[in-house]
Design a protein around this ligand. Sequence first.
Ligand SMILES: *Cc1c(COP(=O)(O)O)cnc(C)c1O
Length: 364
Amino acid sequence: METPVQVTKSTLPPLEEYMGYLSAIFESHNLTNQGPCVRQLESRLSAFLDSPALLAVSNGTLALQLALHALQMAGKKIITTPFTYVATVSALLWEKSEPIFADIDPETLCIDPEKIAEQLERNPDAGGILPVHVFGNAADVTGIAKLASTHNLPVLYDAAHAFGSRLNGKSLFAYGDASTGSFHSTKLFHTIEGGCIATPKKADLENLLLMRAFGHTNDYHSQLGINAKMSEMHAAMGLCLLPKVARLISARAEKTTLYDQALAGEPRLRSIRLANDLEWNHAYYPLIFESEQALLKAMKKLAAEKIYPRRYFYPSLTKLPYLKPQSCPIAESIAPRILCLPLWPDMETEVIEKTTEIILNSLN
Ligand SMILES: *Cc1c(COP(=O)(O)O)cnc(C)c1O
């Protein structure tokens, strides 16, 4: 393999297909501001994600920020997980919320409802819960919903990894008071840059629409807004890729099986435990080593062959230098020894063979 292998390779539609949309956009001169591609994408995503109200936005981080406002979680103590991409916590901090970390389940790597309950006991002034469906696995939506209803708190899911994952026959975006998606080009489904907010409540939509575009309708300024609009060019990429998602997921599932087979029977490596009744989107291939030393050794051998997996998620966000120290022993134990292996739908089998062979050899 001459070219470097990264953790993923962005999916692109045939160029002619994208050009078809571009031609129409060029003809209309309608480039942004809730244009026809954005509206069409929103309506298709709303159906695909089992979400009655859905808004496309410019990225997954702003999606979180707007949703925090819509659910009145901004400026409050929010219970969240330290095992996620930093954007989950950056969104809280930009909205002047205070992240209170609850530790994760060591098998599913999602936030543990028992740990949320402990934090709610210690922080009776908490204003909401922000769990993450890590790697497209489902957080314990039942346990979390129970706690939320007991404490009368909103639940916002960071569903950036969960596109196409389904639980009990429903999209993961259908759980909680709202979910946010990221359509960044490294994600399973993308619009180059982009994201969405999905909520079961159509009433929230008007507020979110205003927030997304500066808080005004013509000359009537009703509330504080920001610019979180998606452009027509970005939406067009989504319209090209959405019909392909089922095929992309099944191709990922095949690659995952090949990885599983190659690594089966190696007791020094483990995978994550998926939630019961989950139809997984196979968004990532996470692999947990026995020690950070073993992981670093494997990474070094892989790098020598120009294979670059990613340390999702390292470090545990309890270690962020700009936060007051908090302790989550499970997240802090797993974060240094978990690696996401290269995975994309049409990757060469050879990459999987080589990657697994190097990892297995590195263990000895
Ligand atoms: C990618 C990601 C985000 C941020 O999304 P952007 O579209 O890149 O802003 C947020 N949370 C998680 C868990 C992510 O993986």
